[in-house]
Design a binder for this molecule. Structure first.
Ligand SMILES: Cc1cc2nc3c(=O)[nH]c(=O)nc-3n(C[C@H](O)[C@H](O)[C@H](O)COP(=O)(O)OP(=O)(O)OC[C@H]3O[C@@H](n4cnc5c(N)ncnc54)[C@H](O)[C@@H]3O)c2cc1C
Ligand code: FES
Length: 257
């Protein structure tokens, strides 16, 4: 059920990037959960927009991070503290905790970093590989520097870290006992799934699809699934919103994405 939440803050972090504090206290939020936000009380845009939950603000609500890409996020960026937004959530399955002894590697790029904050909070050590076009996007790493994480960066123009792709760094870092938690552009996720498969590591991917309902009704966010060893799980398509957004990379048919 959609409820109204008050905007606590809506601050510009960098050109086109904002953090949004909402007075919304969900019963239980785990890393990888998302919400559907109604950004306008009018008919345009009609549909709610999906956003990952970045972190809980103790006793007050939750914080989201978003990038302005179109009409809905543009409207959102003009909202002021005290205004109210319709919110539906927490939605999706979220990341599962890693088994003991697994080497944890987080792989991300751009806003894909959002669901990894709460994961980073919950682990003792690990590596975060961040891919960006240039230095401009690396401000997103600031909050992660307080965690016991080895942070490795790749930029396409070489302005910070390694010149190249984040998946180049993943190839160097991955070992068979690793678990990769990946969220970012589809090309990155597909490459990560291949690298993990070749090295024998486990890989969990958080997928993004355009979402109309967010609750498994409209079937608009379907992805083709691979045959599953468990009969009950064996379906041709899975819904990113209600079966995911987090999937074992081996369960996705990457050839049709
Ligand atoms: C589960 C989930 C979690 C998300 N979490 C975040 C988050 O934490 N922060 C954040 O900034 N964004 C997040 N997104 C993406 C966000 O939902 C879209 O950027 C937003 O809906 C765009 O709305 P708009 O009206 O501004 O743009 P629109 O006018 O709807 O679209 C503008 C452009 O963006 C593209 N676009 C829209 N949605 C997506 C998408 N999901 N993936 C790729 N391209 C898209 C469109 O194709 C179009 O080119 C998430 C998406 C999903 C599915
Ligand atoms: S968004 Fe409607 S089924 Fe997933």
């Amino acid at each position: 059920m959609e409820i109204k939440s008050e905007i606590l803050y809506n601050e510009r972090l960098s050109a086109g990037y904002y953090k949004l504090g909402l007075s919304w206290k969900a019963a239980k939020v785990v890393a990888g959960h998302f919400v559907m936000l109604r950004v306008s009380d009018g008919l345009d845009p009609l549909l709610r927009r999906p956003f990952g939950i970045y972190r809980a603000i103790k006793g007050r609500g939750v914080e989201l991070l978003y990038r302005v890409v179109g009409k809905g996020t543009e409207i959102l960026s003009n909202k002021r503290p005290g205004e109210r937004l319709g919110i539906l959530g927490p939605l999706g399955n979220g990341f599962t905790e890693p088994e003991k002894g697994r080497k944890i590697i987080m792989l991300t790029g751009g806003m894909g970093i959002v669901p990894l904050y709460m994961l980073a909070e919950s682990i003792e050590s690990g590596t975060l590989i961040f891919g960006a076009r240039s230095r401009k996007e690396t401000f997103l790493l600031k909050d992660f520097r307080k965690f016991a994480l080895k942070i490795k960066t790749a930029t396409e123009d070489g302005s910070v870290g390694r010149k190249g792709l984040a998946t180049d760094l993943l190839e160097e870092e991955i070992t068979p006992e690793a678990i990769v938690y990946a969220c970012g552009p589809m090309g990155m996720l597909k490459a990560a799934a291949g690298i993990a498969m070749n090295s024998g590591a486990k890989c969990m991917v958080s997928l993004e699809r355009s979402m109309a309902c967010g609750i498994g009704v409209c079937l608009g966010c379907a992805v083709k699934a691979k045959p599953h060893k468990d009969e009950k799980e064996n379906r041709l398509y899975k819904m990113v919103c209600s079966d995911g957004p987090v999937f074992d990379s081996e369960d996705i048919d990457w050839d049709v994405l």
